[in-house]
Ligand binder design. Sequence first.
Ligand code: TRP
Length: 455
Amino acid sequence: MAKFDFSKRDSFGSKIGVIAAAAGSAIGLGNIWKFPYITGENGGGAFLLVYLACIALIGLPIMLAEFSLGRKANRNVFGAFKKLAPNTGWYWSGVLFNTAAFTIMSYYAVVAGWIFAYIPRSISGALSGQNFNEAFSNLNSSTVEPLIWSFVVLGLTIFFIHSGIKKGIEKYTKILMPILLVLMIILMIRSVTLPGAMEGIDFLFAPNFSALTPGGVLEALGHAFFSLSLGMGVMMTYGSYIQKQENLQTTSLQVVIADTAIALMAGVIIFPAVFAYDLEPSSGPGLIFITLPGVFNAMQGGIIFQTLFFILIGIAALTSTMSLVEVVASSVTEQLGISRNKGILMIAGLMALLIIPNSLSYGAMSDVTLFGHTVFGVFDFLASNIFLPVGGLMIALFLGWFYKLKNIRSEITNEGKYRFRLAGVYNYLIKYIAPVAIVIILLYATGILSKLGWV
Ligand code: TRP
């Protein structure tokens, strides 16, 4: 088999490109679809505080770990562990990371597909006057239309990344992310100027601790991982394309701040609007597909804002799917030595097959269940509750206990050029706090904690 020529490895060309790509990965359906509804279900402000603590104490350290390990190795996830820990079992983490990428992509593309399906519906005004609940279930329970949209998502993703890093991921995220930001600002201004908007702002920012359950705390931690794209080698892979002169400490901080800011902005778009029209903030996954169209329907110029809103989430989703596919694309091309185009086509074929049962989970295959979950439910559960926490745990343990901070320090400080003031705290977080917190999420998510009667 042909060998990959590592001297020709692609990289990001600019600092802004690194931020666009990494923040583009982090900012996605997690921020705009999921964050508002889980915040709504968990009572608003108190949940937000816990989420922020998880981001700062666990998310940020793991992000820096992934970036620095990736850049030091300058390889895909398999190659990285092989290079940093030769002749050890760590190499096999690559299997977990790649499996997670396939799993997440298979259902993420389905939700992204629904978003895309809502763009023409918004433009034509087809939703107005319909029962929004019915309109949504008519879409996700049918066979052909949602599948086509998921394939559109997959196709666009492949198109954006096939030319590589500089000419692919960097080029397109640099165009798409500013558009996303502008659309968010427009919608935010619209939302907070609605009569009665303050109630929504209060809901989001005023902490109501009585609504916060232990389950909510763990959900915050799990979501911090998902939202920052951690535990799957995305940031390791992107880190491997970051040039040596960039400061990884500031890069991690900027990506984390961007991701958190966008989640907050999504909350500031959604809650004031929901309260202004007297709707329920805790309506779950249907919040943006069912509740929000109701808001837009009642709003002057609603069609325009609704169209912008779904375009905005579509963009956010695409810059995330690029990162999911890139983890596999780099693994396949570098480990197997096949061309990028060929590798990506193979991956896309397999992903397309996996998307089918996920898409049909709400319709033709809704009766096909495992432990009471549809295929979609199983994939989502495995990814969010098992693969990502285990992946994050492995990264924390690898850096904290196996590789050791002293060996990555020069990567983090660019050979001593930048100070690493918080090294002591960092070591403590990565060795103890992150692993313990992750093990607790795992026990919770697998139902072990509730069997023990602890939550
Ligand atoms: N972070 C993205 C979001 O919030 C989703 C995502 C992309 C992701 N790549 C990932 C999640 C890798 C976990 C791991 O929507």
